[in-house]
Design a protein around this ligand. Structure first.
Ligand code: VGL
Ligand code: ZN
Length: 208
Protein backbone atom coordinates (compact mmCIF):
# COMPACT_ATOMS: atom_id res chain seq x y z
CA UNK A 1 0.00 0.00 0.00
CA UNK A 2 1.68 3.20 -1.19
CA UNK A 3 0.80 6.59 0.21
CA UNK A 4 1.78 10.18 -0.57
CA UNK A 5 1.94 12.80 2.19
CA UNK A 6 1.69 16.40 0.94
CA UNK A 7 2.94 18.65 3.73
CA UNK A 8 1.50 22.15 4.22
CA UNK A 9 1.02 23.14 0.56
CA UNK A 10 -0.90 26.19 1.77
CA UNK A 11 -1.22 29.78 0.60
CA UNK A 12 0.62 30.93 3.72
CA UNK A 13 3.81 29.17 2.63
CA UNK A 14 3.64 30.33 -0.99
CA UNK A 15 4.65 33.73 -2.42
CA UNK A 16 2.06 36.28 -1.26
CA UNK A 17 1.41 34.31 1.92
CA UNK A 18 2.29 35.30 5.47
CA UNK A 19 5.28 32.94 5.81
CA UNK A 20 6.35 32.54 2.20
CA UNK A 21 8.85 29.83 1.33
CA UNK A 22 10.92 30.91 -1.72
CA UNK A 23 9.32 29.34 -4.82
CA UNK A 24 6.87 27.47 -2.59
CA UNK A 25 4.23 27.54 -5.32
CA UNK A 26 6.57 25.66 -7.69
CA UNK A 27 5.77 22.43 -5.87
CA UNK A 28 2.10 22.59 -6.88
CA UNK A 29 2.36 21.34 -10.50
CA UNK A 30 4.79 18.62 -9.40
CA UNK A 31 2.48 17.55 -6.57
CA UNK A 32 -0.39 17.45 -9.07
CA UNK A 33 1.61 15.18 -11.39
CA UNK A 34 2.29 12.85 -8.45
CA UNK A 35 -1.40 12.91 -7.49
CA UNK A 36 -2.42 12.06 -11.05
CA UNK A 37 0.30 9.45 -11.54
CA UNK A 38 -1.79 6.53 -10.39
CA UNK A 39 1.21 5.35 -8.34
CA UNK A 40 -0.44 5.96 -4.97
CA UNK A 41 -3.25 4.05 -3.27
CA UNK A 42 -3.75 6.81 -0.74
CA UNK A 43 -3.07 10.56 -0.73
CA UNK A 44 -3.01 12.54 2.49
CA UNK A 45 -2.16 16.17 3.20
CA UNK A 46 -1.29 18.15 6.29
CA UNK A 47 -2.55 21.65 7.00
CA UNK A 48 -0.93 24.03 9.47
CA UNK A 49 -3.96 25.27 11.40
CA UNK A 50 -3.20 27.82 14.10
CA UNK A 51 -5.64 29.70 16.32
CA UNK A 52 -5.19 33.49 16.40
CA UNK A 53 -2.47 34.43 18.90
CA UNK A 54 -0.70 31.05 18.63
CA UNK A 55 2.41 30.89 20.84
CA UNK A 56 4.70 30.36 17.82
CA UNK A 57 3.82 33.83 16.56
CA UNK A 58 6.27 36.64 17.39
CA UNK A 59 3.21 38.87 17.78
CA UNK A 60 2.18 36.82 20.84
CA UNK A 61 5.43 37.75 22.67
CA UNK A 62 6.03 41.39 23.58
CA UNK A 63 9.34 42.57 22.12
CA UNK A 64 9.89 39.49 19.92
CA UNK A 65 10.57 39.82 16.19
CA UNK A 66 9.85 37.20 13.53
CA UNK A 67 12.69 34.78 12.68
CA UNK A 68 14.40 35.18 16.07
CA UNK A 69 14.57 32.45 18.64
CA UNK A 70 12.25 32.97 21.57
CA UNK A 71 10.55 30.75 24.09
CA UNK A 72 7.27 28.89 24.21
CA UNK A 73 6.15 27.04 27.33
CA UNK A 74 9.71 27.28 28.64
CA UNK A 75 11.40 25.85 25.54
CA UNK A 76 13.29 27.44 22.64
CA UNK A 77 10.91 28.33 19.82
CA UNK A 78 11.42 30.09 16.51
CA UNK A 79 9.26 33.20 16.44
CA UNK A 80 7.23 33.10 13.24
CA UNK A 81 5.13 35.77 11.58
CA UNK A 82 1.39 35.19 12.12
CA UNK A 83 0.51 32.48 9.58
CA UNK A 84 -2.06 29.88 8.63
CA UNK A 85 -4.71 31.14 11.01
CA UNK A 86 -7.73 28.84 11.08
CA UNK A 87 -10.43 29.84 8.62
CA UNK A 88 -8.34 32.41 6.72
CA UNK A 89 -7.27 32.31 3.08
CA UNK A 90 -3.66 32.02 4.29
CA UNK A 91 -4.47 28.62 5.82
CA UNK A 92 -6.19 27.18 2.75
CA UNK A 93 -4.44 24.63 0.60
CA UNK A 94 -3.04 26.20 -2.60
CA UNK A 95 -6.01 26.73 -4.94
CA UNK A 96 -4.33 24.90 -7.83
CA UNK A 97 -3.52 21.80 -5.78
CA UNK A 98 -5.81 18.93 -6.81
CA UNK A 99 -7.33 18.74 -3.33
CA UNK A 100 -10.36 16.79 -4.53
CA UNK A 101 -8.00 13.80 -4.89
CA UNK A 102 -6.83 14.02 -1.27
CA UNK A 103 -8.24 11.25 0.95
CA UNK A 104 -7.49 12.87 4.31
CA UNK A 105 -6.42 16.32 5.44
CA UNK A 106 -4.63 16.23 8.78
CA UNK A 107 -4.73 19.55 10.58
CA UNK A 108 -2.05 20.38 13.14
CA UNK A 109 -0.77 23.25 15.28
CA UNK A 110 -4.03 24.00 17.07
CA UNK A 111 -2.57 23.96 20.59
CA UNK A 112 -1.43 27.54 21.34
CA UNK A 113 1.18 26.37 23.88
CA UNK A 114 3.17 24.06 21.61
CA UNK A 115 4.15 24.15 17.94
CA UNK A 116 3.69 21.14 15.68
CA UNK A 117 5.99 20.98 12.69
CA UNK A 118 5.28 17.30 12.13
CA UNK A 119 2.00 16.07 10.69
CA UNK A 120 2.23 13.18 13.17
CA UNK A 121 2.76 14.81 16.59
CA UNK A 122 3.66 18.03 18.37
CA UNK A 123 7.22 19.29 18.86
CA UNK A 124 7.38 17.72 22.35
CA UNK A 125 6.69 14.38 20.60
CA UNK A 126 3.82 14.11 23.01
CA UNK A 127 0.34 14.54 21.54
CA UNK A 128 -0.15 12.48 18.40
CA UNK A 129 -2.41 13.77 15.62
CA UNK A 130 -3.67 10.27 14.79
CA UNK A 131 -2.17 10.26 11.28
CA UNK A 132 0.22 7.36 11.95
CA UNK A 133 -2.65 5.21 13.28
CA UNK A 134 -4.70 6.07 10.20
CA UNK A 135 -1.90 5.15 7.79
CA UNK A 136 -1.13 1.92 9.66
CA UNK A 137 -4.83 0.98 9.71
CA UNK A 138 -4.88 1.49 5.95
CA UNK A 139 -1.97 -0.94 5.63
CA UNK A 140 0.52 1.58 4.29
CA UNK A 141 3.95 0.03 3.61
CA UNK A 142 5.51 2.89 1.64
CA UNK A 143 5.21 6.60 2.30
CA UNK A 144 6.53 9.39 0.09
CA UNK A 145 6.75 12.82 1.70
CA UNK A 146 7.03 16.24 0.02
CA UNK A 147 5.81 19.82 0.32
CA UNK A 148 6.64 22.86 2.46
CA UNK A 149 8.91 23.57 4.16
CA UNK A 150 11.72 21.03 3.71
CA UNK A 151 13.70 22.35 6.70
CA UNK A 152 10.73 22.33 9.09
CA UNK A 153 7.46 20.53 8.57
CA UNK A 154 8.57 18.17 5.80
CA UNK A 155 11.68 17.01 7.65
CA UNK A 156 9.92 16.51 10.98
CA UNK A 157 7.06 14.66 9.30
CA UNK A 158 9.39 12.31 7.41
CA UNK A 159 11.46 11.54 10.51
CA UNK A 160 8.35 10.91 12.60
CA UNK A 161 6.89 8.65 9.91
CA UNK A 162 10.00 6.50 10.15
CA UNK A 163 10.00 6.42 13.94
CA UNK A 164 6.26 6.06 14.57
CA UNK A 165 5.55 3.50 11.83
CA UNK A 166 8.38 0.98 12.08
CA UNK A 167 8.81 -1.00 8.86
CA UNK A 168 7.27 1.63 6.61
CA UNK A 169 9.64 2.71 3.83
CA UNK A 170 9.89 6.50 3.75
CA UNK A 171 11.14 8.58 0.82
CA UNK A 172 11.55 12.35 0.47
CA UNK A 173 10.67 13.81 -2.94
CA UNK A 174 13.13 16.66 -3.35
CA UNK A 175 11.82 18.51 -6.40
CA UNK A 176 8.29 18.47 -4.95
CA UNK A 177 9.54 20.34 -1.87
CA UNK A 178 11.00 23.77 -1.04
CA UNK A 179 12.62 25.11 2.14
CA UNK A 180 12.98 28.36 4.02
CA UNK A 181 16.82 28.62 3.79
CA UNK A 182 19.35 26.79 1.55
CA UNK A 183 21.47 25.83 4.59
CA UNK A 184 18.38 24.53 6.36
CA UNK A 185 17.44 22.44 3.34
CA UNK A 186 20.95 20.96 2.99
CA UNK A 187 21.03 20.02 6.69
CA UNK A 188 17.50 18.60 6.59
CA UNK A 189 18.34 16.39 3.60
CA UNK A 190 21.48 15.11 5.32
CA UNK A 191 19.52 14.37 8.50
CA UNK A 192 16.80 12.52 6.61
CA UNK A 193 19.37 10.54 4.63
CA UNK A 194 21.27 9.63 7.81
CA UNK A 195 18.06 8.18 9.26
CA UNK A 196 17.48 5.98 6.23
CA UNK A 197 15.04 8.10 4.25
CA UNK A 198 15.63 7.78 0.49
CA UNK A 199 16.03 11.12 -1.29
CA UNK A 200 14.40 10.94 -4.71
CA UNK A 201 12.96 13.11 -7.49
CA UNK A 202 9.39 12.97 -8.78
CA UNK A 203 10.70 11.49 -12.05
CA UNK A 204 11.62 8.35 -10.12
CA UNK A 205 8.05 7.99 -8.87
CA UNK A 206 6.59 8.63 -12.30
CA UNK A 207 8.94 6.12 -13.94
CA UNK A 208 8.49 3.50 -11.19
C1 VGL B 1 6.02 25.50 9.01
C2 VGL B 1 7.07 27.10 10.27
C3 VGL B 1 5.93 27.28 11.03
C4 VGL B 1 6.10 24.54 7.87
C5 VGL B 1 4.88 25.66 9.77
O1 VGL B 1 5.06 24.16 7.31
O2 VGL B 1 7.24 24.14 7.52
N1 VGL B 1 7.11 26.21 9.28
N2 VGL B 1 4.84 26.55 10.76
ZN1 ZN C 1 3.02 27.03 11.77
Amino acid sequence: MKALLLVDIQNGFCPGGNLPVPDGDKVVPIANRLIDSGKYDLIVASQDWHPPGHGSFASAHPGAAPFEMGELSGKPQMMWPDHCIQGTLDAELHPELKSEEIDLIQQKGENPYIDSYSAFRDNDRDASTGLSDFLEDQGVTDLDVCGLATDYCVKFSALDALEMMPGVRVRFIKDASRGITPEGVAAAIEEMRAHGIAIIDSAKVLAG
